[in-house]
Design a protein around this ligand. Sequence first.
Ligand SMILES: Cc1cc2nc3c(=O)[nH]c(=O)nc-3n(C[C@H](O)[C@H](O)[C@H](O)COP(=O)(O)OP(=O)(O)OC[C@H]3O[C@@H](n4cnc5c(N)ncnc54)[C@H](O)[C@@H]3O)c2cc1C
Length: 271
Amino acid sequence: MKPAPFDYVRPPDLAGAVAALAGAAGAGRVLAGGQSLGPMLNLRLARPALLVDLRRVGELRRVEDRGDSVLFGAMTTHAAVEDGAVPDPTNGMMRSVAGDIAYRAVRTRGTIGGSLAHADPAADWVTCLTALGASLHVGGPDGTRTVPMSGFMTGAFATALGEAILTGVAVPRLSARARWGYYKICRKPGEFADAIGAVVVDPARDYRAVVMGAVGGTPVLLDDIARRLPFDGAPAIARQDIAAAGPPMDDVDAQLHAVAVERAIARAYAS
Ligand SMILES: Cc1cc2nc3c(=O)[nH]c(=O)nc-3n(C[C@H](O)[C@H](O)[C@H](O)COP(=O)(O)OP(=O)(O)OC[C@H]3O[C@@H](n4cnc5c(N)ncnc54)[C@H](O)[C@@H]3O)c2cc1C
């Protein structure tokens, strides 16, 4: 199928993009890498009256090292993270996660901002950045605001964005003593996940996060499990405890998701 007809603008800056989107009065959509929106347009699952192409907006490609965090412009591609073309404040976690998203062609065009705004429950950045405690910068006609990652996704394919544009993602820097583990279960490399576990432990910030992802809705922070992770020594957490801490699901899914989290914990403590 071909997309339904739409108007198209390619503003040169963020102010122009915000104004164009606001001018469409709810009938506009922004275009980032087009890796999810393109198929949705072709299948007519999305029928915007106006497409606001962000690819010329330089502000959204900027990556700023702020010392205790790095601010990634929303148009930072998965490939830029995978290739180390931008700083990685997470001791390799983001680079590793980026390299396992889809296939290289998708990673070359797909963006962190597009992935977060699309809010597919099985996507990687929503789970990884929840574990990292990232915060999102959002710009709209009413100005700018910051939203914690944990409050950004409100359900499957639903976010707190409204009519605003996601401008950037601030990721806290992990200390040299931090541990991380990420485990994605999928049928073959390059596929969306059936289950994801993500773990971040950083003694320097007294920070522990365990996330169960790809659960069909928002990623779930397993705080009771996180509290049991030691800063030193090996954790001893039974798989049944992990399954019990997750959301209700059938036995097979519960087992799959508990295994993903269990393996993420094991990876975090492997060295
Ligand atoms: C074959 C295939 C396999 C894939 N496998 C995986 C995978 O394993 N893991 C994974 O995580 N992802 C996967 N993806 C998705 C991929 O990561 C896309 O990059 C991502 O879903 C969308 O990013 P995009 O930049 O292409 O956004 P687009 O497709 O351009 O936009 C997606 C949505 O977000 C909105 N949007 C985009 N940018 C912004 C912004 N800055 N502010 C507000 N709204 C915005 C758009 O309006 C649209 O609604 C896969 C995609 C394909 C095609």
